[in-house]
Design a binder for this molecule. Structure first.
Ligand SMILES: [Zn+2]
Length: 462
């Protein structure tokens, strides 16, 4: 985004009302994060492909399924120490980190009956998640007879319009499962309620005790909106935007990634590989979310100067430009994810591994150029790359998708046509547009695949 020191002098003279309006504009854009489709949809579909080409994972010996209670009972003193170190790391390394209240510290040797709840509280996740033992099935493949787990036991989310397409297999303690399946399944879990209701104004009893403060953006009354600040990372906006909307700094994927990565390492080292890889999958989810340009940039395709102009004319009483900008960003964000989901799902259903998106996820050609994973990778590399692609993504969407879906302020994506399948729609547009879309989403899926493997390599190496 364009920004110069001269601008900062000029904009420093903006009135408090102007700043409030800019803040409001940002808030309004992020309100859109209240719908459940706001994330790469169904991470598991992408993780299967990305890791299928990693021999250390695809050919790893099967691991034994273990319940959370059994893992916690065996390792509670080590976990208590680890979570103290984690808290210290967070306080020193995560900007604007809201410290975990002392009372939530996980204690070793506490009562066994409350151990699971005490552990979940120490992680500050939604205590209503059942953390069942399960695997997600590939689209088109039913679970073995008698082993189907209903989706209501996988997620705490209950949208009346949700007919979840995914199917799940219930696992039993002691059975063997492939590492690839464990990681891929777990990479979808953070969208199933783990981060729901954690803020003090979400009206949940646990949100009031977790110490995260008020929800920084989105509508605190809408269930799904509450997870967004953990699944987005706005690390590369211009200084003037942070000045207007300081709440944008309160996004915490780095906290989640580091916490689950540390738990994964610990569980692997203490010989609980099922939980090691399951925690790894949880961490991976947030890494993958940061590869989505709309999760790493507030207003892709809108320069800082234009944003301030929109704001100025809005103050002057001309509200159209603001409303159009908000609708456009929200529709494009949803259109991108809707297309990605439907196209990938169809490739699985038709057993078509040569689909360009699935191939891109398995494309390792850029892996070697990537530095090994470090604590700064989510911010300096993953979200930076997504941010760098934001304008281009916005431009390419305009070329590839019929204007009705992404540039018409009266069209509300997934509301005007609730069952929209953009992958099907795009089969009817000129070939050039289809190719543009394939090229764009393939590039983004390649980022998803490379970052997935870079992260998992940090755990898979001896
Ligand atoms: Zn997510």
């Amino acid at each position: 985004m364009f920004y110069s020191p001269r601008m900062s002098i000029r904009f420093a003279g903006m009135s408090p009302t102007s700043w409030r309006r800019v803040r409001w504009l940002m808030c309004a854009v992020l309100m859109g994060t209240s719908t459940p489709s706001f994330a790469w949809s169904d991470h598991t579909l992408g993780t299967w492909q990305a890791l299928a080409v990693m021999p250390a994972i695809a050919q790893a010996p099967a691991v034994t399924v273990e319940s959370l209670d059994s893992f916690l009972a065996a390792e509670d003193s080590g976990l208590a120490k680890l979570l103290v170190q984690e808290e210290e790391w967070d306080q020193h390394n995560v900007p604007d980190y809201p410290p975990r209240p002392q009372a939530l510290q996980f204690q070793a040797d506490g009562p066994a009956a409350t151990r699971r709840q005490r552990f979940m509280t120490a992680l500050r996740i939604n205590p209503n998640c059942e953390l069942a033992l399960f695997l997600q099935m590939r689209p088109g493949t039913p679970p073995p007879p008698g082993s189907e787990l209903p989706w209501t036991e996988v997620t705490t989310l209950r949208h009346d319009n949700t007919v979840r397409n995914d199917r799940f297999e219930r696992l039993q303690q002691g059975e063997s499962v492939a590492v690839l399946e464990v990681i891929a399944t777990a990479s979808g879990e953070p969208d199933d309620g783990l981060d729901i209701g954690l803020w003090e104004d979400n009206g949940t009893p646990y949100g009031r005790t977790y110490g995260f403060g008020k929800q920084p953006f989105g509508d605190p009354a809408l269930e799904f909106s509450s997870q967004a600040p953990f699944h987005m990372g706005f690390y590369h906006e211009s200084p003037i935007i942070y000045k207007a909307a300081g709440f944008l700094r309160r996004t915490y994927p780095e906290y989640r990634i580091h916490l689950y990565q540390s738990l994964a390492k610990f569980a692997l080292q203490t010989r609980h590989p099922y939980w090691g890889w399951r925690f790894a999958g949880w961490a991976l989810h947030y890494v993958q979310d940061l590869t989505q340009p709309y999760h790493a940039t507030v207003l892709p395709g809108v320069s800082t100067v234009r944003m301030l102009w929109i704001n100025a004319v809005d103050i002057g009483g001309w509200h159209g430009p603001k409303e159009r900008a908000i609708r456009r960003v929200s529709n494009r964000h949803l259109a991108l994810e809707n297309y990605q989901y439907h196209r990938m799902r169809e490739a699985y259903l038709h057993n078509n591994p040569d689909d360009a998106l699935l191939r891109a996820l398995r494309d390792t050609s850029k892996d070697a150029a990537q530095a090994p994973w470090s604590d700064t990778t989510p911010r300096r590399v993953v979200s930076h790359q997504a941010h760098a692609w934001a304008e281009r993504t916005d431009r390419m969407l305009v070329q590839a998708v019929p204007a009705k879906y992404i540039s018409d302020p009266d069209y509300v994506f997934e509301q005007t046509e609730p069952d929209i399948d953009l992958a099907a729609v795009l089969k009817t547009v000129p070939k050039k547009m289809q190719d543009e879309m394939t090229q764009l989403v393939s590039a983004l899926m390649q980022h998803f695949g490379t970052q997935t493997r870079t992260f998992i390599t940090s755990l898979a190496e001896p």
